[in-house]
Design a protein around this ligand. Structure first.
Ligand SMILES: [Zn+2]
Length: 693
């Protein structure tokens, strides 16, 4: 909303709400019209600059910020502030022409061509120096500008992944610091296998794509190293900004962990050091873009980029506004969909949003990426009304939302190491770490609780239930923390392929779950897989069956993909297999350990079983749902200083009724809310209730 105390476009709005704007793409005489139209949409902020290097520094060392100053001034007259982006995502040809050796070497071993973006090596000294000079000049110019409310580093960290000889040298140095001696590296990676024993650091290669996979230890170390490279590049920029513009927050736009197209070039979006580096975590949010990304996937993304201990709530820098469009064009948002998808991040704790993008470009790689404004300069009839409506609603909800927190009793313990290791060795065609995690996430949404997504570095004892899905890579230290978590009264729910290998993807001398057999009271004696036909020589294996104990609702259910055959030690059986030669063998178990419980799920099944397991774990931990919601509706809460805010989001294309209970006020109408709430198709309700006392 517009902050009426400061109509001059200065200072932080209660909830920054606006759009990504590229004045460099449009004639100057259009800028004032754009600013006026943005105000009509209730926008109070723009993100600018992140691809304008050619305009900020048209020739080496010659900087020009006058054009941006002029655009910002016109925006400020309409009450619109600026988040300033550093422009290093796109690199001018004057740089790459002078430094052709700065182009990244791709995983395929080929050199990138400078015909798009993210094509420079983060170890190239001249590129680092050019980036530093560019950012320093920009920060020098805008450090004390009252229109700038925050800084946005680079764009989508993780694109510039490089395998060149410079990077190889840096990798060898990185390994030396972590493994100490080549002998230790050889021991931990098991390089005796296929005769890969290194005599010197200089012999260690980088995992270029070749006719067969790299040593798993090498491959995982490379991913961790690459994260370090991205972190150090971001820190270089953050340090420059902090030194001169200390009072402004620093952020960037991390990408979703679950967009399959991006997984191979993506970073760990939950990297604790990145979270620490950024004053507020920022991200992109493109649900329903091309791949039919479902709403549970998106909820998982939105919880994953919200560090539970962050000082400031996250900022959604690229919210799906118009139709995504690169080589392929994504579908047009259905009526109500854009508003629903905008409220989704706010329900998950976000406190700032800019749509991508203001106006669809006339030219360039994204000349089909839809905006609030069309090619002809008019508002898009399906997009702008939703943007304005959300802006009006934020005027009412924003003051209640700002600074409020998502408080969760349930967390998913995510393992990026497992994502990387399983991406190279999926073990069964249908198994995918994030997809299987979302099977359980969907059960949590169905149950109706707030959920966090944490990595091992986070405090675990604040939760009552921890869910660990295919947590393949385990360490003795994490296993000890999990044991203590259960002993102190927590409920740990883990699935098959958890705790199988150590941090070098080597198997310790025991069966899964390694270091945790005593916690679960279960040991994987053998496993079977459901084979999928691949060579036209045999039919697919049929799925298996489970026989469920009454604790999980009784009856039978499908089992598929993976079957752990368990032996038990002081654990109870919650389900057995009902097929194959292992009929009667335990498939799902639980064990009481001191004050808590450890539940083990040895197979993949169907939604009713995931829901039963989630409900059972919450029951053991005395965690109750926020509200009982029907299929398709998500309930979330944020807790502020004085009130609880409840968000009801209907992702279904038909209306739904929610038995919400008494005592709530509708934030948009200010009226007392009925106990039974009727949500229209893709409807949203935001309710508040004062905190007791
Ligand atoms: Zn390189």
């Amino acid at each position: 909303m517009r902050d009426m105390a400061k109509p001059d476009g200065q200072g932080e709005p209660v909830i920054p709400y606006g759009v990504c704007y590229y004045p460099e793409h449009w004639p100057r005489n259009r800028w004032a019209t754009d600013a006026r139209m943005m105000a009509e949409c209730k926008f109070n902020v723009v993100r600018v600059g992140e691809f304008a290097w050619s305009k900020f520094e048209p020739e080496p060392g010659k900087y020009d910020f006058a054009w941006m100053d002029e655009a910002m001034e016109l925006l400020a007259k309409e009450g619109i502030r600026t988040v300033m982006g550093t422009p290093t995502g796109g690199v001018p040809p004057w740089f790459t022409s002078a430094h052709p050796d700065s182009l990244i070497v791709k995983r395929s071993g080929e050199k990138a061509a400078p015909i798009n973006r993210y094509f420079t090596c983060f170890h190239h000294p001249d590129f680092i120096e050019a980036s530093r000079r560019m950012v320093e000049a920009q920060v020098e110019h805008y450090a004390s500008d009252p229109r700038v409310i925050g800084w946005h580093i680079h764009n989508e960290l993780g694109g510039n992944r490089c395998h060149c000889e410079r990077c190889r040298g840096a990798f060898q140095q990185w390994l030396k610091e972590r493994y100490g001696s080549v002998a230790e590296l050889n021991r931990r990676w098991g390089t005796m296998f296929w005769s890969q024993v290194y005599n010197d650091w200089s012999e260690v290669p980088v995992p270029i794509a070749t006719h067969y996979n790299a040593n798993p230890g090498l491959a995982l170390a490379w991913e961790r190293f690459s994260m370090d490279v991205f972190y150090r590049y971001a820190k270089m920029q953050a340090d420059i900004i902090r030194a001169k513009a200390g009072s402004r927050w620093v952020s960037t736009n991390l990408r979703s962990q679950v967009h399959e197209q991006w997984i191979s070039t993506n970073i760990d979006p939950h990297d604790a050091r990145l979270f620490d580096l950024l004053d507020r975590v920022g991200y992109n949010n493109y649900p329903h873009a091309w791949d039919g990304m479902d709403d549970a996937v998106n909820s998982y993304h939105l919880d994953g980029i919200r560090p539970p201990s962050a000082r400031l709530n996250p900022f959604d820098f690229e919210q799906r506004g118009g139709q995504p469009g690169w080589d392929l064009v994504s579908r047009l948002s259905r009526p109500g969909e854009m508003r629903l998808l905008a409220w989704h991040p706010f329900a998950h704790g976000t406190d700032g949003m800019t749509y991508f993008r203001w106006r669809v470009a006339w030219f360039g790689h994204e000349n089909l990426w839809g905006g609030i404004v069309r090619h002809d300069g008019a508002f898009h009839p399906n997009v702008q009304p939703s943007a304005r409506k959300v802006g009006e609603e934020l005027e009412k909800a924003g003051p209640l939302m700002a600074g409020s927190r998502v408080e969760s009793q349930v967390a998913f313990l995510r393992s990026q190491d497992s994502v990387w290791a399983l991406a190279r060795q999926p073990q069964q065609e249908r198994l995918n770490y994030d997809k299987h995690l979302v099977d359980y996430y969907r059960a949590g949404i169905r149950f109706g609780v707030n959920m966090d997504v944490v990595e091992a570095g986070e405090e675990l004892d604040r939760y009552r239930v921890l869910v660990m899905v295919m947590h393949y890579v385990m360490t003795p230290a994490l296993a000890d923390r999990l044991r203590r978590f259960v002993e102190k009264g927590g409920v740990l729910l883990a699935t098959f392929r958890s705790a199988v290998v150590d941090q070098d993807v080597a198997v310790p001398e025991q069966e899964a779950p390694v270091w945790l057999q005593d916690v679960f009271g279960a040991k994987v004696e053998a496993y079977d897989v459901q084979e999928i036909e691949r060579y036209g020589t045999r039919p697919n294996d049929p799925p298996g069956r489970l026989r469920l104990a009454s604790t999980l609702g009784g009856g039978t259910a499908k089992a598929h993909s993976w079957y752990d055959l368990l032996s038990l030690d002081r654990a109870e059986t919650l389900a057995t297999y009902d097929t194959e030669f292992y009929r009667g063998t335990p498939a799902i178990t639980r064990k009481k350990l001191a004050k808590g419980w450890a539940v083990y799920m040895g197979t993949a099944s169907e939604p009713k079983v995931y829901s039963a397991l989630f409900r059972h774990a919450c029951g053991l931990a005395h965690v109750k749902p926020l509200a009982r919601v029907p299929e398709g509706v998500e309930v979330r809460e944020r807790t502020g200083a004085d009130a609880r805010l409840r968000f009801l989001l209907n992702f279904a294309a038909e209306g739904k009724s929610v038995a919400n209970g008494p005592g709530w006020t509708d934030v948009f109408t200010g009226k007392k809310s009925p106990s039974l709430i009727r949500l229209g198709p893709r409807g949203v309700a935001v309710l508040q209730r004062p905190l007791p006392g």
